[in-house]
Design a protein around this ligand. Structure first.
Ligand SMILES: Nc1ncnc2c1ncn2[C@@H]1O[C@H](COP(=O)(O)OP(=O)(O)OP(=O)(O)O)[C@@H](O)[C@H]1O
Ligand SMILES: [Mg+2]
Length: 340
């Protein structure tokens, strides 16, 4: 059964920005659905339309059985929304924040009291109910945020970038809570993220969104399998007087000339080499570079990651501004040339 179905959902902001451009997808009951995309892709705009906070320019969606344009009030009763920007009152206690939300949803005081206890346990904040929120850590605050979206027992909860700005350890703990929630409450979770690992770890299915359009959708494994071949990642041994950038450039151009190399990409101080068959490519790469006097420090081989999937479909890395990129568009062109 589908809990969310969109029909060509579109939002054009005044001034002409086409933030969401005719998207169609379905989210099944009980699943964790990940909406993955870079800054400005249209993730928050999509969430706001599904939450009835803003109206679509055209198209519509059915959320928890009701049309967002025709029955926004019915939709609102059945959803929880945890915004990208924290909405808690820092000067109040956790309990006060949650109680306020309960009243907001018109729950009676007895129900609120009972649910506050349950939810604080669920997000592992039991004992902190009466502490002022400004004394919570970042991770605790995020858990309180999520708790606030749960007080009225929604069928669907929308989490907009639930771990943005948190340290890696806290992030992993939040993932556990989100997974537990899906299981313990049977709630459907729609989350947005620009962290590949987050989508990969958490989501049953992922839609990759870029420039307002869904460019591909599937389980994390399906998406990764849509890329053939392997990725060989290597780092170079540099002496003190070596120019590392120059050495990387020489390595890239030597490898790019080889027929078994589909493409290369610098990732930090490492080089990712896309090949058809990693096992036979590793010895060839070692031989080739040794012949040019280039020493390899580390070398490893892996199946492509979601990063590679993003690169394939958009022609950019999700962190394009950080990387130098031989884009997948270039890789594709090279592959096509080789097949001709
Ligand atoms: N109220 C608005 N008026 C005009 N343009 C807007 C408005 N809100 C968003 N946009 C534009 O719409 C596009 C999509 O924005 P949106 O906030 O949905 O992206 P996002 O995927 O959530 O990005 P981020 O990862 O940075 O949160 C952007 O180009 C943004 O500048
Ligand atoms: Mg956003």
């Amino acid at each position: 059964m589908s809990v969310i179905v969109t029909h060509h959902l579109t939002k054009v902001f005044p001034g002409g920005v086409r933030a969401v451009d005719g998207i169609d997808f379905e989210v099944n009951a009980g699943e964790i659905f990940g909406f993955l995309g870079p800054n400005g892709a249209g993730k928050t705009t999509t969430i706001k339309m599904l939450n009835t906070l803003i109206e679509p320019t055209s198209g519509t969606a059915v959320v928890a059985g009701f049309d967002i344009c025709k029955n926004p009030a019915e939709v609102r009763k059945r959803i929880g929304y945890v915004a990208q920007d924290v909405g808690v009152d820092e000067r109040a206690t956790g309990r006060e924040n949650l109680t306020l939300y309960g009243h907001f949803y018109r729950l009676d005081s007895k129900t609120i009291k009972k649910r506050v206890k349950e939810i604080f346990e669920l997000v592992d904040l039991a004992g902190y109910e009466d502490k002022i929120v400004s004394t919570y850590s970042g991770g605790m605050r995020k858990r309180l945020d999520i708790a606030m979206g749960l007080i009225h027992r929604p069928e669907v909860i929308f989490l907009d970038e639930p771990t943005a700005g948190l340290d890696p350890q806290t992030r992993v703990r939040i993932w556990d809570y989100i997974r537990n929630l899906a299981k313990a409450m049977g709630v459907t979770i729609f989350l947005t993220t620009h962290y590949m690992e987050e989508a990969d770890h958490l989501a049953d299915r992922i839609a990759i969104i870029d420039l307002g359009k869904i460019i591909t959708m599937g389980t994390p494994d399906e998406l990764k399998q849509s890329i053939s071949g392997d990725v060989v990642t290597l780092s170079l041994l540099t002496a003190e007087d070596d120019d590392h950038n120059e050495l990387m450039r020489r390595t890239e151009s030597a490898l790019s000339a080889e027929p078994f190399v589909i493409g290369t990409q610098a990732v930090g101080d490492k080089l990712a080499v896309y090949v058809d068959n990693g096992e036979s490519a590793v010895p060839s790469i070692m031989r080739l570079l040794a012949g040019q006097g280039i020493e390899v420090e580390t070398i490893s081989m892996a199946r492509p990651s979601l990063d590679d999937v993003f690169l394939k479909y958009t022609g950019r890395t999700i962190r394009a501004e950080e990387g130098t990129a031989t884009t997948f568009a270039q890789i594709r062109r090279k592959r096509i040339r080789r097949q001709q």
